[in-house]
Design a protein around this ligand. Structure first.
Ligand code: OAD
Length: 241
């Protein structure tokens, strides 16, 4: 029998950093250049929708041509090859986990491949076009409501019931590339640990929640994540009858 039957992996911006995408809270991060209240809250969108849309158009341009790195590929391998259940929960709105081949994936903060109408709630693929305040929703025909399908501060993250159920059942919880500052994701480690999971942090530096982790491995995602995945797959191979 494998050591762990049900694994939940939480990922954050640090996982995509070595693909060339900015994190949020590092010295040169997104929130050092932009005020999150202006560009990532419902109030900011009401106050200045054009500014918010331009922020996400810019972030989408930055995402163009970006490729998954060894950490995304290792987690895709874990998802595909581990004999137990593996669920990847990402706070990232990029599509690098999918690009690496991960299938069992939840985008708890939404993703930039879709747009959402603030007026009627309809979702639609967000193609190559840039979002503007003049755009009209195809479902309700109201202009001005289209926005990226990402979760802003003050909004409820997606798929929380499914995530909570997975955390309650998990026997291994891994947090990779996240500062552990934004709730509810920052609370997942305590939730999983309280329900009996072994907890592991894989991050460049100690996160805010570092004391909740049984194991802490600090280093670059492209090094520490593949190494940990390799260990899990090797122990699963050893456990084969
Ligand atoms: P943060 O920017 O808060 O944290 C990124 C973490 O990754 C930090 O702890 C870094 O030390 C670490 N890091 C940086 N480079 C790394 C590397 N090469 N390898 C490993 N770790 C590295 O990003 P998140 O924790 O993802 O939400 O932020 C959580 C949420 O806050 C985001 O989803 C976003 C943001 O505001 C919304 O926009 C709603």
């Amino acid at each position: 029998m494998v050591q762990f039957q049900k694994i939940v992996v939480l990922t954050g911006a640090g996982l995509s950093a070595e693909s060339g995408l900015s994190t949020f809270r590092d010295a040169d991060g997104v929130w050092a250049k932009y005020d999150y209240r202006e560009v990532a809250t419902p109030e900011g969108f009401i106050h200045n929708p054009a500014k918010v849309l331009e922020f996400y158009n810019m972030r989408r341009r930055e995402n163009r041509g970006v490729q998954p790195n060894a950490a995304h590929r290792a987690l895709a391998r874990l998802d595909g090859e581990y004999p137990g259940d593996v669920l990847i929960v990402t706070q990232n709105v990029d599509r690098l986990h999918e690009a690496a081949g991960t299938r069992n994936l939840i985008h708890m903060h939404g993703e930039m491949g879709q747009m959402l109408c603030n007026n009627c709630g309809q979702r639609a693929p967000w193609g190559e076009e840039e979002l503007t305040v003049e755009m009209v929703c195809r479902a309700c025909a109201v202009p001005g409501g289209l926005r990226p399908d990402v979760v802003w501060f003050g909004e409820m993250p997606y798929h929380m019931e499914r995530i909570d159920n997975a955390l309650a059942e998990a026997d291994l919880f891994i947090s990779a590339g996240t500062s552990g500052t934004v709730y509810p994701a920052a609370g997942f480690v305590a939730e999983a640990r309280n329900r009996g999971a072994h907890t592991v942090e894989l991050n460049l530096e100690p996160s805010d929640g570092v004391s909740y982790f049984h194991e802490k491995i600090h280093g670059k995602a492209t090094e520490v994540v593949p190494a940990y995945v390799e260990k899990l797959l090797a122990s699963a191979a050893d456990a084969r009858p």
